[in-house]
Design a protein around this ligand. Sequence first.
Ligand code: FES
Ligand SMILES: [Fe+2]
Length: 316
Amino acid sequence: MFDALPNFWTPVMAAADLADKPVGMVLAGEKIVLFRGKDGPAALLDRCPHRGVALSLGRIAEGQLECPFHGWKFDGKGHCSHIPFNPGLERAGVGALPARELGGLIWVYTGFEATEEPVVPPALLDKRFHLDVLTEEWSAHWTRAMENMLDTPHLPWVHRGTIGSSLWKRMRPDSKMNQEVTETDWGFEDRFQIDDGEGNQINWRRPNGMELFILEKPWGRMRTHAWCVPTTTDHTRMIVATATGFGWLNVFAGLGRGFNRRVLGEDRAVLESSFPVRVPAPDDEQNVPTDKVTLRFRMWYLKNLAEREPPAATPG
Ligand code: FES
Ligand SMILES: [Fe+2]
């Protein structure tokens, strides 16, 4: 199960989008349903054990998920405690996945038993930051999307008209990028600098997260976080959480959403053309020294996950 990304915590959606209706989605090849149960967010396999229909088509009644076909009711642990016309009958029910609400996101564990809690980037838990979450679906393998998120040399090319414009203007033919990578408990940090410009930091949060420090000043801070969540074999749900710490000016933070979507669209336009769909062995592509950050992720993926995953679809 969850062969594309087994036994990890990953955000799957904005917490604000999980309200009084069940939400069905595909996560790493498995259909799941999310809903708010009596004890908080719940995630179950989206297949009724009675006749196999999607529980996500049902409704929530008193903190339980009710199947749309014959009304069996399931709690957040997947236990079925009510079977209409069969009073007193109970069933173990349906597989439940650990789920949490943290940092404005719903997190799900891609396995039945989580041995640890999600590692949440600190800005998402810091009340001084305003959070804005947007999601979109990309026709790309999550590994390509993840590398794109960690790839800094593309900024002045793909984002010439947005976040890369100042770089684009000051770049020279002999410009150099310096990248210093440090391993951490949760992934790695990349401190990068172009020529003698101001340095910046981007982090990889294992397995599928990125954290970019856009602004870190005494008068204001801004960080963007992105997760590349595998859905089907060659599609990815991008979840982008922007944390803005500008004091009372945070009331304007939501205005940045359109800009974020534009930046994401710039990445997407290029990235969806990637071939092969999934990142290949490094020797199958040409690499240069400034690819060392993305290759560090790639080597981890190839060593730990690539073999489990079914072959990616080939574009027709
Ligand atoms: S199919 Fe779900 S209750 Fe019958
Ligand atoms: Fe980009």
